[in-house]
Design a protein around this ligand. Structure first.
Ligand code: FAQ
Length: 325
């Protein structure tokens, strides 16, 4: 249906402009906010950048929950800084989306009312400290795998935001791996916690790359527009190939009996996640969907006085400036 909508919009647009636009994309020339762009391209970017921004914001919740319970002062400082980085990523991305003519308030309203999506992974709970290690290692690891190619995405402001974000994400992944290393080399109980965290977060991490290529509705058009640089399955495969040796180094086992090295393809064969679970989480039925939206709505309501205060202050300054002129 979405693809049809984009097609019908394209049919009312000037074929010459559409052709020139595609030629520009094919020549790897970045599209900038004031340039002409097809309406479908603009809408798709708002959807993807908006969902991405919301993911960074909601993604603070599972880890933020553990700041007060980090095991040492050093771990607490690192986690606090990481969660703050995620907030910053959300802000760069909202700013990039605003260049497409949508306001941050509009996007926030769509998140809070459940109209816009955020990454499925953040609807899973973080039950203990090992989960914080696994989130950094697997979730940030999957995020980087997806985001490094997005540095070359065709829309200038998104591409530049991704360059800044990727620099920080690689530290996030390393801090997660470092926690896993300590746990995996710790007591028997700690090692069990690390394995349990991997067992629970492995398949949800694979789901982060989106449905299989056969089920992905947007991939073909988005790759033609170079909004997306790789298919979902290509990136998922790269993630598996990168992560399996890391798990082996930790002495942990990927929870997949079918995991085998395939010499011919030069990668691992692995089991697909349970796609019915994925689509169910997208519909709002994951373990934490309700909690996550409640937490964001509460934060928005609790912050109303700050926004009102800032607006009143800005109005006062504007009035004083006008009076002085
Ligand atoms: N969760 O046709 P496709 C992070 C939806 S950032 C929820 O394949 P597309 C940092 C999709 O929107 C993580 N929904 O779609 C961090 C579409 O629905 P719609 C976020 C999903 O756009 C770490 C439908 O399924 N990263 O983690 C998911 O071509 C730690 C059909 O799918 C980004 O957003 C999903 N996993 O490909 C923060 C990166 N997958 O809109 C805190 C940018 C698919 O038609 C702590 N986004 N859907 O209703 C992308 O690269 C793409 O949008 C994909 C999906 C690959 C996510």
């Amino acid at each position: 249906m979405y693809a049809q909508m984009i097609k019908s919009e394209a049919s009312t647009e000037d074929p010459k402009q559409l052709k020139e636009f595609q030629a520009k994309i094919d020549d790897n020339i970045k599209v900038e906010p004031r340039d002409w762009m097809p309406e479908g391209y603009r809408k798709t970017l708002i959807r993807q950048i908006g969902q991405h921004a919301h993911s960074e914001i909601v993604g603070q919740l599972p880890e933020g929950n553990w700041i007060t319970r980090a095991p040492t002062l050093e771990r607490k400082m690192i986690l606090l800084a990481k969660v703050q980085d995620e907030a910053g990523h959300g802000l760069y991305l909202y700013a990039a989306a605003e260049t497409l003519g949508v306001s941050r308030d509009d996007l926030t309203e769509q998140l809070l009312s459940g109209k816009m999506k955020y990454s499925s992974i953040f609807n899973y709970p973080t039950l203990n400290w090992a989960d914080i290690g696994a989130v950094g290692w697997l979730v940030d690891g999957a995020a980087i795998m997806n985001q490094v190619p997005l540095q070359r995405t065709s829309y200038g402001p998104y591409s530049r935001a991704m360059i800044r974000i990727c620099k920080e994400e690689s530290f996030h992944q390393r801090q997660g791996y470092d926690i896993m290393m300590k746990m995996a080399q710790g007591t028997e109980t700690q090692k069990k916690m690390a394995q349990d965290a991997l067992n629970r977060l492995w398949y949800p991490s694979l789901m982060m790359f989106g449905p299989s290529d056969a089920e992905s509705v947007h991939s073909t058009q988005n790759m033609a527009w170079k909004i997306k640089m790789n298919t979902n399955d290509e990136l998922r495969q790269k993630f598996v190939d990168q992560t399996v040796p890391q798990a082996q180094y930790l002495g942990l086992t990927i929870p997949d009996e079918n995991l085998t090295w395939n010499e011919e393809k030069g990668g691992y064969d692995y089991s697909d996640p349970d796609w019915s679970e994925f689509f169910d989480v997208l519909k709002g039925n994951g373990p934490c969907n309700v909690d996550r939206l409640e937490a964001r709505n509460k934060a928005w309501d609790d912050g109303a006085w700050v926004r009102d205060g800032l607006m009143a202050h800005a109005e006062k300054k504007r009035a004083a400036k006008t009076a002085a002129e």
